[in-house]
Design a binder for this molecule. Structure first.
Ligand SMILES: [Zn+2]
Length: 526
């Protein structure tokens, strides 16, 4: 159960070499739903996202486009990454860019502390480097190229040739931490999730860890190594530190102590960085490791991982322009089990939009409000004695709220939605069975009609609160139509833990009619 404690959640910071696709938006929405839920649960919540702007790949992209890397990053952040947050209604509390002074200075501070403590040394390094991954590759991570790259070794993720690089670099003594990491995975099984990801990480670390090359001297787009300005910090070492520099490390120790450690959501392809390198860095600095690192699955389109380099990238606005941001958020949280790969298709999105959002939830809301308007002049009626069917609705709401909260706690977002949707389904069934339109024909059943509609209105109140983290726009419209804004205050301030308390919306509250929350969509892109 959420209990008013600190909840700090992060997305990975996104690399500004290109514009966002729905895979990035998926990660943002998942973190946003968790943040909004925890805020409504009363936790002191802080949600961080941002952009990763250093490294050779950015330098090359910028150069190819005839601008400096900082100009390139500024352009991508203002034209693509900030707007993405609006497109899908992200409620982040902070946005860090790795070119921020607050980040650069405290990366240097962190590095200097590790250097002074003896965790960094100079060494020679030769290895296969993938510029796409910004990472040296083990030979086991490489495959034989196909097509134009036949006869060359290519990165298994990018399908592009790797480069054999030799450098004199600074190294982080990561090998010192293998035992402590294995002990961490053992003692705190929830540290890496889901289970499949945890097993993979344990296997990887059991093979032994190599020291990590953490500087580059062959290009200069990065944070300078404080004791040797001819080197810049390896982009991953730099990027991982955003989670603490944004939280106040080195600049606001009080805020840092309040926020850190975080729940960290990452794509499974960057899980090793977050579950192996990152905690080792923190251990070396004497800092706490993350609360947990959760690796979500990939979005597949036509069976392939979503990415621009594979030409399957879909811009989030292609979906929101037609279906709206709420449908985007709902669809990806409902259709894909968080932690597993999931397939996106326009047909599935369209079908769920119609069946679940428009017919299931949207119609329920419109019908109930229309009946309150027709039979009680738009005023919430008083409730008479509760019958078993009414009590069953109250119980469904209380159970759904508790089940959803428990699901969110274990990051099973799709289970939370499924639990809440039981209220939608049962309320629809309740109205069909109670037949308010029949009760309305008999003056002697006036009190019963009032009870049925008051129960339905309370159900909508609960749905507004519980679905707000998922579909913020639709629930805000519903909240306002229910007259709840005036009676109970702002929707975002309603507490998850109080949802089951019945009879909150007082009899006599004026409701308004409701335009369809999820209007019919005529033509859908195929
Ligand atoms: Zn690669």
């Amino acid at each position: 159960m959420a209990d008013g404690t600190s909840f700090y959640i992060t997305t990975p910071i996104f690399y500004v070499n290109d514009a966002p696709h729905i895979g990035h938006a998926y990660t943002e929405v998942a973190a946003d739903v968790l943040a909004r839920w925890h805020r409504q649960a009363g936790d002191r919540t802080w949600f961080l996202t941002g952009t990763d702007e250093h490294g050779q790949k950015i330098l090359r992209t910028a150069t190819a486009n005839g601008v400096t890397p900082k100009e390139w990053a500024d352009k991508l952040v203002s034209e693509s990454w900030y707007p993405l947050l609006d497109t899908i209604d992200i409620s982040n509390d902070d946005f860090i860019r790795t070119t921020d002074v607050r980040h650069e200075q405290n990366v240097q501070l962190f590095l200097q502390r590790l250097y002074d403590a003896g965790f960094i040394y100079t060494g020679e390094f030769e290895g296969y480097y993938c510029v796409g991954c910004e990472e040296y590759k083990q030979e086991s991570d490489l495959v034989q190229g196909t097509g134009e790259y036949v006869g060359q070794l290519v990165c298994a993720i990018h399908s592009k040739p790797v480069e054999l690089l030799q450098e004199s670099n600074y190294f982080f003594r990561m090998s010192d931490f293998a035992e402590r990491l294995l002990a961490l995975y053992e003692e705190r099984p929830e540290f890496v999730q889901p289970e499949s990801a945890r097993n993979e990480v344990i296997q990887f670390v059991r093979q032994g860890l190599k020291d990590l090359s953490i500087s580059r001297s062959t290009f200069d787009w990065g944070i300078k190594v404080p004791w040797d300005e001819s080197h810049v910090v390896y982009v991953w070492f730099d990027a991982l530190l955003n989670y603490i520099t944004a939280a106040g490390y080195g600049s606001d120790e009080e805020a840092f102590a309040e926020r850190w450690p975080a729940t960290q959501i990452v794509g499974k392809d960057i899980l090793r960085f977050h579950a192996v390198i990152w905690p080792a860095m923190l251990m070396a600095a004497g800092l706490e490791v993350p609360k947990r690192v959760f690796g979500h699955g990939w979005l597949l389109v036509g069976g392939e991982k979503m990415s621009k380099s594979k030409l399957t990238g879909i811009a989030p606005s292609e979906i929101t322009d037609t279906f709206g941001s709420d449908a985007f958020r709902y669809y990806f949280m409902r259709a894909i089990a968080f932690g597993q790969d999931g397939s996106f298709s326009w047909e599935d999105l369209s079908a769920r939009y119609q069946a679940e959002l428009a017919n299931g939830f949207g119609n329920l809301a419109s019908r109930v409000l229309a009946m309150v308007t027709r039979y009680f002049d738009g005023v919430v009626p008083a409730s008479g004695p509760a019958e078993p069917a009414d009590v069953a609705i109250q119980e469904t709401v209380a159970r759904a709220a508790a089940d959803a909260d428990a699901a969110i706690e274990r990051l099973a977002i799709q289970d939370a939605l499924a639990a809440i949707w039981r209220i939608v389904d049962e309320l629809n069934g309740y109205i069909t069975e109670q037949e308010p339109w029949v009760l309305a024909k008999d003056e002697a059943k006036r009190e019963r009609l009032g009870t049925v509609l008051a129960t339905a209105v309370e159900g909508l109140r609960a749905l507004s609160v519980l679905l707000h983290p998922f579909v913020p726009k639709a629930t805000t419209k519903l909240w306002s139509a229910l007259g709840a804004e005036a009676a109970l205050g702002e929707l975002g301030a309603q507490r998850i833990g109080d949802v089951g308390t019945w009879g909150q919306l007082p009899a006599g509250t004026s409701v308004a009619g409701l335009e369809p929350l999820f209007p019919r969509i005529e033509a859908v892109a195929e």
